[in-house]
Design a binder for this molecule. Structure first.
Ligand code: G3I
Length: 379
């Protein structure tokens, strides 16, 4: 890891103790609204009561190779928008195994503790991401020489320790992330847990999470499941089968990493609805809409309109489905987006520019939220 414990302690301290640059934040543990932004002019304010509007909280992952300090909690303007606009937050990387459990006997909770504290002070719920994944696992785990019994104990200890630490403070957990291949077969090769312990371990992960926090809502989460397709069909088959065995699965979450290169997944609402029909909660958990933008150029007005329509149609699909209660964007400003780091020649995927000014996509979300709850903005 690039950030060590001494730095982690400093990160926590700077979140909670008065730093000279951000007295108001520390004094109240609360970020003031950004200058010029009225309370009524924010996404969380105009959203219907039963719909959380969320964002990933930038940190870890690609941020560690970028030439800026950790955005949370160092970028004061970022924190102001984070608090003002959103009623839900998701750690972008701070709860992934490699980050939170960097050595077998070491947990690193400082960053996540600071996010949870920020969320509580700003009346935000938290989505936990993630407990069971094929990616971003630490080398000690992936390269270790463990027996099946040891691996099982390691997973159980991790889930109970992490979920238990935040019991009552995390509303929804992405317990299992991306367990299927695109063709709807389980990831039996690259997911260490499924490969070594068999598919039955998925049920245990949910059971252990439920034991550690009986009130948290437990989700499957994946990309490429916006539409009715082999992968989403695999979840539609798996989840009721697990529930029939008494496994505590509460919801199905669709990430939503979209690109204007491809058409909008027009059956998103239909797809969400068929999970809703099973009695499940649903959520959009990681939406962004990337565009082809050559280095040094700006997206055209037409590109921005297309991006806005993708965001809006995704939100409208969620609003139209009864138990779609959470709509999260994977970062709200291009300043910190993972997209250009990962996709060469693509970017500008979020709803705000680098300087936090709003794109057409922001206003499209605002418009749909206002239409879903007329008059809330005038309370
Ligand atoms: O692990 C390598 C390391 O070996 C190498 O030295 C280093 C140098 O670049 O890169 C490390 O990988 C980075 C990884 O984070 C682990 O820290 C990648 O470059 C970096 O791109 C990666 O970024 C994160 C990515 O997940 C990893 O999958 C992003 O910050 C994060 O936004 C992104 O989030 C995921 C969700 O969790 C799940 N759904 C998809 C979403 C977007 O990929």
């Amino acid at each position: 890891m690039k950030v060590h414990h001494s730095l982690a302690a400093a990160v926590l301290a700077s979140a909670l103790i008065l730093p000279t640059a951000a007295p108001a934040l520390a004094a109240q543990h609360q970020a003031p609204r950004p200058p010029g932004i009225e309370k009524q002019d924010t996404l969380r304010w105009v959203a219907p009561n039963d719909l959380k509007i969320g964002t990933a909280v930038a940190g870890g992952g690609h941020h560690e190779t970028q030439p800026y300090p950790a955005p949370f909690p160092n970028d004061r303007e970022y924190l102001q928008h984070l608090a003002a606009e959103f009623s839900s937050v998701s750690p972008e990387n701070q709860l992934k195994w490699e980050f939170v459990h960097p050595e077998r006997d070491t947990y690193r909770f400082a960053e996540m503790d600071a996010i949870v504290e920020f969320a509580q002070e700003n009346k935000q719920v938290v989505r936990g991401h993630t407990l069971f994944w094929h990616s971003q696992n630490p080398a000690w785990l992936e390269e270790g020489d463990f027996s099946k019994e040891e691996l099982r104990a390691i997973l159980k200890d991790h889930i109970q320790t992490v979920v238990g630490r935040y019991a009552g403070k995390i509303q929804q957990w992405d317990v299992a992330n991306e367990i299927f291949n695109d063709n709807g077969t389980l990831r039996t090769t690259d997911n260490i847990w499924i490969r070594e312990l068999g598919p039955e371990i998925i049920a245990d992960a949910f059971r252990w999470a439920h034991e550690a926090d009986p009130k948290a809502k437990l989700f499957f989460n994946d990309y490429g499941v916006e539409s009715v397709n082999a992968k989403s069909n695999a979840y539609l088959e798996l989840i009721p089968r697990l529930q029939a065995q008494g496994v505590p699965v509460d919801g199905f979450a669709i990430q939503g990493h979209l690109s204007t290169r491809y058409g909008f997944p027009g059956d998103l609402r239909t797809n969400l609805q068929r999970f809703d029909d099973l009695g499940l909660e649903t959520a959009i958990t990681e939406i962004d809409v990337r565009m082809d933008v050559a280095a040094g150029t700006q997206p055209t007005a037409a590109q921005l309109e297309k991006q806005a329509s993708y965001y809006q149609r995704a939100l409208d699909a969620c609003i139209a489905v009864e138990e779609c209660n959470s709509f999260t964007i994977w970062g709200f400003t291009d300043k910190y987006s993972w997209v250009p780091v990962f996709f060469s020649g693509e970017g500008e995927a979020t709803v705000m520019w680098n300087d936090f000014t709003r794109k057409p996509a922001y206003y499209a979300l605002q418009e749909s939220l206002e239409q879903a709850s007329p008059g809330r903005g005038n309370r």
